[in-house]
Design a binder for this molecule. Structure first.
Ligand code: FES
Length: 211
C-alpha cells in the first residue's frame, strides 16, 4: 500500500536540495530516531558577525519524509540567524511540505532535531551558550540518549550499553558494555565523542570497552 504523500514531498524526495557534507562546518550533528532507527546529519556554516546561517547541508539515512523534510528545513534555515532557525518547528516543515502522514511525523522531528543539534554544537564550540552549567554525570547521560545502538536502533542508554560514567576535572570517562573488537565498537565510540566533546568544560573524553 502506498503512502499518501503530498506532491511536494515526492518532488523534494526526488530532487532534494542541500544534500551533502560541509567539510569545514562550524557546527554539525548526527541525530537518530528511536522510532525507526534512521539517522540524519546536519552541517552549518555561520557568519560570526551576524550569526546568520550562510550554508547548510544534510545527509539522510532515513525515508522519503525525512529526506523531504531535511530538504525543506535547510532551505528555510539558510539566511536566517541561528536564533530564528531554532524557532523552526517540525509542524512548520510539515505545513511547508503540504502535510505528512501522521505515522511519519517522527521523520520530520528527526530532521528538526538534527538542525537544532547542529546549532547547539556551533554555540557550544563558540562559547555562546548563556547559562553554562558544569558537566555532570546526568548531563552526560542525557546526551548519550542521542547516541544510537546500531544493533537495535534504540539509544545506548535505553539498551543498557553504558555501564558506568564518571566526570572528573574535565575528563569524562564512559564504560561501554561491549567487546572492543565488536564491529560497532568504533562507530559507537566516535558517536559518543562527537556528542560529549563539545560540552564547554570537557577537555577529554575516554571511552572504554569491556563486558
Ligand atoms: Fe525513519 Fe522516516 S521512517 S526517518
Amino acid at each position: 500500500m502506498g503512502m499518501p504523500y503530498s506532491e511536494k514531498v515526492i518532488e523534494y524526495f526526488k530532487n532534494p536540495k542541500n544534500v551533502g557534507k560541509i567539510e569545514d562546518a562550524d557546527g554539525k550533528a548526527k541525530e537518530g530516531s528511536p522510532a525507526c532507527g534512521d539517522m540524519v546529519q546536519v552541517y552549518i556554516k555561520v557568519d560570526k558577525e551576524t550569526q546568520t546561517i550562510t550554508d547548510i547541508k544534510f545527509e539522510s539515512y532515513g525515508c522519503a519524509s525525512n529526506i523531504a523534510t531535511g530538504s525543506i528545513i535547510t532551505e528555510m534555515a539558510k539566511g536566517k540567524t541561528i536564533e530564528e532557525a531554532k524557532q523552526i518547528t517540525w509542524q512548520d516543515a510539515a505545513d511547508e511540505l503540504g502535510g505528512l502522514p501522521p505515522v511519519k511525523a517522527h521523520c520530520s522531528v528527526l530532521a528538526i532535531d538534527g538542525l537544532r543539534a547542529a546549532i547547539q554544537n556551533y554555540e557550544e564550540k563558540h562559547g555562546l551558550l548563556k547559562d553554562q552549567k558544569p558537566t555532570t554525570v546526568e548531563i552526560v547521560e542525557d546526551r548519550l540518549k542521542r547516541v544510537m545502538n546500531p544493533m537495535t536502533g534504540l539509544d545506548v542508554i535505553k539498551t543498557d550499553l553504558i555501564h558506568d560514567i564518571s566526570v572528573e576535572d574535565g575528563v569524562v570517562t564512559i564504560y561501554v558494555d561491549l567487546d572492543e573488537d565488536h564491529q560497532f565498537a568504533n562507530a559507537i565510540k566516535e558517536d559518543i565523542k562527537e556528542k560529549i566533546e563539545p560540552l564547554w568544560d570537557v577537555q577529554r573524553v575516554e571511552v572504554h570497552f569491556g563486558e
